[in-house]
Ligand binder design. Structure first.
Ligand SMILES: NC(=O)c1ccc[n+]([C@@H]2O[C@H](COP(=O)([O-])OP(=O)(O)OC[C@H]3O[C@@H](n4cnc5c(N)ncnc54)[C@H](OP(=O)(O)O)[C@@H]3O)[C@@H](O)[C@H]2O)c1
Length: 297
């Protein structure tokens, strides 16, 4: 097992993202809970959920609202394995929601209104069955709301002990500076998309490393809908075949060696078990240079 610093915690070097266990095409609930339990058994002690996983609004059927947060709460409540459940930290997010459109299509919306962020925080805390959420992110900037105002809602959630620490997601370096100026040391993490397919956020990754913030790559394997559709995976395949390991292990090891904490998702034991092996892989500096160069970094 490898660890990384996340605020006051030493956390497994990758966390578990539960979006694929919560939104469209998710497995049945028992399977989802079994995947979460298996990850905890293996030593994964950070779980990433969001208010937006899954539906909200009048068109959502009962049980669909805050599905991921309720799923995580149930998984933690029913865990009977040997890992210390008190060491598992949970993150969730506000400011983004998923709803049903006129033609039954599923759509994403953004809402950064501070009152909405604050009230979503209360709902997340209750769904997660926590006294205070370990880490709570502003999920995605709402261009109709001044960024400062949404971040001030996170500060109030901290002041009122609804959440312990704050993060921001889909954020630029300018937005990191704004959040830091309001939240100070309570800002501990930045969650941005980063993978071999998406490297444009490398500036924020480096900025986090320079400023003591944990960078959390989302969709670190390219996303659960089409993880096979990289057009940039050839160098990762090459290193994988050199060591006879999977491409996904190489990708996660490469990301972790950049001092990041990826949060891959899994719907199956097989993919979870395979990816866990990345936690005991150290790529050589030559391998890392080769992968960086061929990823345009
Ligand atoms: N902040 C944001 O805006 C934002 C946006 C998107 C996602 N996220 C977070 O990031 C998390 C991860 O993203 P994601 O779930 O979209 O994508 P991902 O982690 O990049 O990819 C997940 C997919 O990779 C497959 N996989 C995992 N390990 C594998 C292996 N060893 N071999 C082959 N396939 C493997 C899984 O397959 P199976 O399903 O078959 O197991 C799953 O479908 C989400 O759960 C969510 O928490 C955040």
């Amino acid at each position: 097992m490898k660890y990384i610093k996340l605020g006051p915690w030493e956390t497994s070097n990758f966390g578990l993202g539960v979006m694929p266990l919560s939104i469209e095409n998710r497995p049945d609930k028992d399977t989802s809970i079994a995947v979460i339990h298996r990850a905890i058994d293996a030593g994964i002690n950070h779980i990433d959920a969001a208010f937006a996983y899954y539906l909200s609004g009048g068109t959502a059927q009962n049980g669909e609202e805050q599905y991921s947060e309720k799923l995580v709460a149930e998984a933690l409540r029913t865990y009977t394995g040997s890992a210390d459940i008190n060491n598992v930290t949970v993150a969730s997010k506000a400011g983004h929601y998923r709803y049903v459109g006129l033609n039954d299509e599923k759509l994403w919306g953004q809402e950064g209104n501070p009152r909405y962020i604050y009230e979503t925080g209360l709902k997340s805390r209750d769904a997660l069955e926590m006294d205070s959420i370990d880490l709570y992110y502003y999920h995605r900037p709402d261009l109709n709301t001044k960024y400062e105002l949404s971040i001030e809602a996170l500060a109030k959630l901290i002041d009122d002990n609804v959440i312990k620490f704050a993060g921001i997601s889909n954020a630029s370096t300018t937005q990191i500076d704004i959040a830091k100026s309001i939240l100070g040391d309570k800002l501990i993490a930045v969650q941005n998309q980063f993978s071999p397919a998406k490297t444009a956020t490398i500036d924020t990754l480096n900025y986090c490393n320079d400023n003591g913030l944990t960078f959390i790559p989302w969709s670190p394997l390219g996303g659960f809908r089409h993880p096979e559709l990289f057009d940039k995976d050839a160098p990762f395949e090459e290193i994988a075949s050199k060591y006879n390991i999977s491409k996904q292990q190489v990708i996660l090891a490469w990301e972790m060696q950049k001092n990041t904490m990826p949060i891959p998702g899994f719907r199956r034991f097989e993919t979870l078990d395979d990816s866990l092996k990345a936690l005991s892989i150290d790529l050589s500096s030559d391998d890392i240079s080769f992968l960086d160069k061929n990823s345009g970094l």
